[in-house]
Design a binder for this molecule. Structure first.
Ligand code: HEM
Length: 474
């Protein structure tokens, strides 16, 4: 019987950390004290190591073994890892059968690859969103739910890129963009103790609503169809009339229409876009609690603003915002989850370069904090917030900086290897433009004038529940 069966560990497997209570294993400590617990395990047992969680053995990779997981995507499958505990694919299956490899290509080519086309539009939308949701702030204004406010500001430029100006003007589409991710949480009602019995039982219960025809995304889909169908119909009509003379519009909706004549913008893509807002919040909070950085960042933004007459080009964002880029990268590093990106072993087994072997079906989690705060990679100051660490100065006076979009073994916020996030160029671009405009316009601080620590739910970090004070600089 699965519940009382002791986990079986093969000969060369990563060490299974001993535990006291048979069924509970390491579940409690991982849920309630992940940060200290994983650190202790790493120090005592090296890496990778395994824990017994919810009736299953999970392996955790550290700084040296994580790149092996990211590099070998034919062995370690991220979507299989995610789908084991959350019916993500099943939720969206109803709407689209688009292959993820196709979506990855679209994001590479049509989103990240066309940033220069989008920069001016995003700028315009971000400025009007900042005006609408934060306002003039002649008197200092406390924004309590900063996460929601920033989501609303970011939703409009994102909608503009996806649906064009016509689609982005609808308020209910904006609301849908900012609430869709929360709607998914309704699917997390199945009690996790079922995992003790078997993960397929947990999944079966979690899937029940889908089986009886209830899907949390349906209402968003309805809003989308209601608002965008007329736009799609109009565009298809124009295409027919103008034939080869039709000039394709610079938004994803028109790209999809031209590719397949479909009336569907893939919801999976939309969900990924919410990542932007989360990271923006982390960046906002880090900035607010670090007054020592304000003047330097402000000076850089003011210089760029004056040189560009207030109108940023893609080159300004990519090449000139070096301090802001380093700040953002450092902010990503500090907001990195403790452990993330579950991958399931889909080949027969895998032997890590230190000789330990994980079998087929094993879930492997990246202990990302071991990478993000590693002294080997970041020196003894790895715990400090130092944006300048991403700049290397040479004896001839030249400096080179490692951009926030660069993925390597020391920076895994966007994953790595073949499946590294293809949307990162777009996401970083948008966050930088938004921060540039915010820094230029406001003095920003946290209510306590200190950095507010992130909230932690097991090994995942969430933006802190703290307000920011905005005050007009003039
Ligand atoms: C700050 C915001 C974002 C973060 C932190 C982020 C992070 C990630 C991570 C960690 C992965 C998994 C990589 C791996 O398995 O190694 C990923 C994959 C992906 N991301 Fe993002 N992402 C962000 C924004 C975006 C945006 C804006 C888009 C689309 C426009 C996007 C599209 C994708 C896609 C399509 C994949 C799947 C890649 C594949 O399977 O090959 N992401 N992202």
């Amino acid at each position: 019987f699965h519940l009382i069966k002791r986990p079986r560990i093969g000969m060369n497997e990563p060490p299974l950390v001993p535990y006291q209570y048979p069924i509970i294993g390491h579940t409690y400590r991982l849920l309630y004290d992940a940060e200290n617990f994983l650190k202790e395990c790493r120090e005592k047992y090296g890496e990778p190591f395994s824990l017994y969680v919810f009736g299953n053995v999970r392996t955790f990779t550290g700084v040296d073994s994580t790149p092996e997981v990211l590099r070998n995507s034919d062995v370690f499958d991220h979507s299989a890892g995610v789908n084991k505990t959350f019916p993500f694919t099943d939720i969206f299956e109803k709407f689209t059968d688009t292959k993820s490899s196709y979506m990855v290509r679209v994001v590479h080519e049509q989103v990240s690859g066309k940033i220069s086309v989008y920069t001016s539009r995003m700028q315009k939308e971000l400025v009007s969103g900042i005006e609408k949701f934060i306002g003039d702030c002649k008197e200092p204004k406390v924004i309590g739910n900063i996460q929601e406010t920033l989501s609303r500001i970011v939703a409009k430029p994102v909608a503009d890129v996806l649906l064009g100006e016509e689609g982005a003007k609808f308020e209910d589409i904006m609301v849908s963009f900012t609430t869709a991710e929360k709607a998914l949480d309704k699917m997390r009602f199945a009690p996790e103790f079922l995992l003790y019995i078997h993960h397929s039982l947990y999944k079966f219960i979690a899937m029940l609503p889908l089986k009886v025809g209830w899907n949390p995304m349906t209402q968003h889909r309805d809003i989308f169809v209601q608002r965008c169908k007329p736009i799609i119909e109009e565009r298809i009509c124009q295409r027919k009339e103008l034939g080869e003379k039709y000039i394709q519009k610079d938004d994803l909706l028109d790209f999809f229409i031209s590719e397949s004549g479909t009336d569907v913008v893939d919801d999976k893509l939309l969900n990924h876009l919410f990542g932007v807002t989360y990271m923006l919040v982390f960046a906002g909070i880090n900035y607010g609690g670090r007054p020592e950085l304000w003047n330097e960042l402000y000076e850089e933004q003011l210089k760029i603003h004056n040189e560009s007459n207030g109108y940023l080009s893609t080159e300004d964002v990519n090449k000139k915002m070096v301090k802001l880029d380093c700040f953002l990268k450092e902010s990503f590093r500090h907001s990195s989850d403790i452990a993330m990106l579950p991958h399931t072993v889909v080949s027969n087994s895998y032997t890590f370069s230190n000789g330990t072997t994980v079998p087929k079906g094993r879930d492997v989690y990246l202990y990302s904090k071991d990478t993000a705060f590693n002294d080997k990679l970041y020196g003894e100051t790895s715990n400090e917030f130092q944006p300048k660490r991403h700049i290397t100065s040479f004896s001839n006076g030249k400096t080179v900086h490692s951009p926030a979009t660069k993925v390597d073994r020391s920076f895994i916020t966007f994953g790595g290897g073949k499946h590294a996030c293809p949307g990162r160029f777009f996401a970083v671009n948008e966050i930088k433009i938004c921060l540039h405009k915010l820094i230029l316009k406001y003095n920003i601080r946290t209510e306590s004038d200190k950095v507010v620590p992130s909230m932690k739910i097991s090994s995942i970090k969430m933006p802190p529940n703290a307000g920011l004070i905005f005050e007009n600089r003039n």
